[in-house]
Design a protein around this ligand. Structure first.
Ligand code: KG4
Ligand code: ZN
Length: 343
């Protein structure tokens, strides 16, 4: 089956999202977000997210089907995020997907949210020449991967020892009163600031770190440095702090991603996850990859943050690769490792 019609359901955090693809063609991408309900808490409240998923599931499904102009019985398979994520939130998605798969008597694929972030690139660009290095940067994870086969083999080269890159954006935005989620707010305000106004630290980049932890990240020192600067400088310029902080993150992410490409001899880089929407990261990555002869792929900004299309995309790749489906009653796994692509 080459052009499978696959519906993907994503509920790992605060987006109830459904995407539909035929092969590599995106037919529908509908997202209902409960972010407003969490904003005043400065982070996602799991119980609130689960209830919001329950309310949004049916309307989101109906809208996706209408957008794709298909009926449920046309589907060849259902894919759903099985982890990692908030377990109560994941369970709403996996239960809905299992019910749907049973009703239409089609296979279900419980897939990894992080691998799905990478897969969405396959909808917009030619298949990355595998193997490829992947810089995966989201709100919950930041890692460097070597993807040999997105449906079968992902090797973890390194990951963050503390905060994820997106989490660092969210925390700094919170201290500066820029709202939640912080990434888009910092991205915007940084456009009018100076990237060199303040020299913030680049974590794990001493020569010893390059020897012992070349592909690990650490953002806690940066976070502390920014907090100290804000305390010591009551009249600080928000745009300069945002631009200099963002530059420190972008710099270290790309230093390590390009070092991974060099070390492995793989001259292809994919950047995926919510932080891949960052305009400065996209710009600097484009420049540095061009200078070093590395083919760069980044999904369009709207497909970088959580969505259902990425889950459908991975499902579709699993079908075309002939991978086995999941058992109907698989467990959602809150800390599913990135190397486990499906259940
Ligand atoms: O992948 P994602 O949508 O959800 C998770 O799987 O975590 O990533 C969300 C994260 C948040 O931390 C958000 O602040 C960050 O991605 N983000 C950004 C931008 N857009 C979203 N960070 C920096 N710049 C952006 N433009
Ligand atoms: Zn995500």
């Amino acid at each position: 089956m080459s052009e499978a019609l696959v519906l993907g359901i994503e509920t790992s955090c605060d987006e109830t999202a459904i995407g539909i693809v035929r092969g590599r063609k995106l037919l529908a991408n509908v997202i209902a977000s409960s972010v407003e309900e969490h904003a005043r808490f400065g982070g996602v409240v799991p119980e609130v997210a689960s209830r919001a998923h329950l309310e949004a599931m049916q309307p989101t499904l109906k809208e996706a089907i209408a957008q794709a102009k298909i009926s449920l019985s046309d589907l060849d398979a259902v894919a759903v995020t099985a982890g990692p994520g908030l377990v109560g939130a994941l369970l709403v998605g996996t239960s809905a997907a299992a019910g749907l798969a049973l009703a239409i008597d089609k296979p279900i694929y419980g897939v990894n949210h992080l691998a799905a972030h990478v897969s969405v690139d396959y909808l917009t660009h030619d298949l990355p020449s595998e193997p490829t290095i992947v810089l995966l940067v989201s709100g919950g994870h930041s890692s460097l991967l070597q993807v040999n086969d997105i449906t079968g083999e992902i090797i973890k080269l390194g990951e963050t020892l503390d905060d994820a890159a997106g989490e660092a954006f969210d925390k700094i935005a919170r201290i500066m009163d820029l709202g939640f989620p912080g990434g888009p707010a910092i991205d915007l305000i940084a456009k009018s600031g100076s990237t060199t106004a303040i020299d913030f630290p680049r974590g794990l980049t001493t020569s010893k770190d390059w020897e012992t932890r070349p592909f690990e990240f650490s953002f806690s020192g940066l976070k502390t440095a920014v907090a100290r600067y804000l305390e010591a400088t009551p009249q600080y310029a928000k745009n300069d702090v945002a631009a200099s902080f963002q530059e420190a993150i972008v710099d270290v992410l790309l230093l390590k991603a390009l070092a991974a490409a060099k070390k492995t001899g793989i001259n292809s880089l994919v950047i995926a996850g919510g932080v891949a929407a960052n305009s400065r990261l996209r710009q600097v990555a484009t420049e540095r990859c061009a200078a070093q002869g590395i083919t760069l792929r980044i999904p369009s900004p709207g497909l970088c943050t959580d969505n259902g299309a990425m889950v459908a995309a991975l499902g579709s790749l699993m079908v075309s690769a002939g991978r086995s489906a999941s058992p109907i009653a698989f467990d959602a796994q809150s800390s599913l490792p990135v190397t486990r692509i499906s259940l």
